[in-house]
Design a protein around this ligand. Sequence first.
Ligand SMILES: [Fe+2]
Ligand SMILES: [Fe+2]
Length: 258
Amino acid sequence: MITLAHISDLHVDGGSRARERVEQVMAYLDAVADSVDALVVTGDLTENGTVGELEEARALLSGRLPAVICPGNHDVVEGRAPFRRVMLGSEGGEKGDPGEAPVNAVHRADGGAVVLCDSTVPSEDGGLLSEETLDWLEDTLADLRQTPVVLGFHHHPVKLHTPYVDHIAMQGADRLSVLLARHPQVAGLLCGHAHTAAATAFAQRPLLVAPGTVSVAPLPWEDAEQVYAAHPPALAFHILDDEGRMTTHFRTAPAGRT
Ligand SMILES: [Fe+2]
Ligand SMILES: [Fe+2]
């Protein structure tokens, strides 16, 4: 069994709102870290993907939990190289390609694994899993055939009925669906991007959308300003059990713990 803490859409920009809300979540997590295996961050760590913002996000996320991270559209405004350099401490591929290759990640723990795919298209808001990422995912899941897996990415592959993000979702998701049909050990799917704690389904698996740390996106019948002001930062816990089932609990991070 593994337990994952899941946050997304920090949008760190040097300002106090984003910073304080991440600090609030991290303080909450620090207190329960002994019961959690890893922190999963599904993108948009920063607002503009600058080195300064990325360094601030890295510092805010450093805690007792190993962080498994993929980029979001806001992190790769100028390409993937700054994200790769700051967040992973790596310059990129061995073959001299500069760090523009997709930033995919796998974290194995006792009893399960979390796999994160880079769904970004640098300088675009919409998403896509590249050929390279789909090949990597196929190989990675083949190696994890006997292991329960949670798979995450930034962009949602299905319509969420939210006004701001449905037109910048993941394109070409049918290819992911076909791939997942070969890998029944994938128990559940995670994404961010939509800034709303939500549950839906994709490829016959549960798909859980992380609440946005920095803000909640209003639903069509909600008042945007009220929603922006009212919701404290939140996170999700995903428990992947030995029966290969993913169970999710959403929490808000209490104020006053930083
Ligand atoms: Fe976002
Ligand atoms: Fe996003």
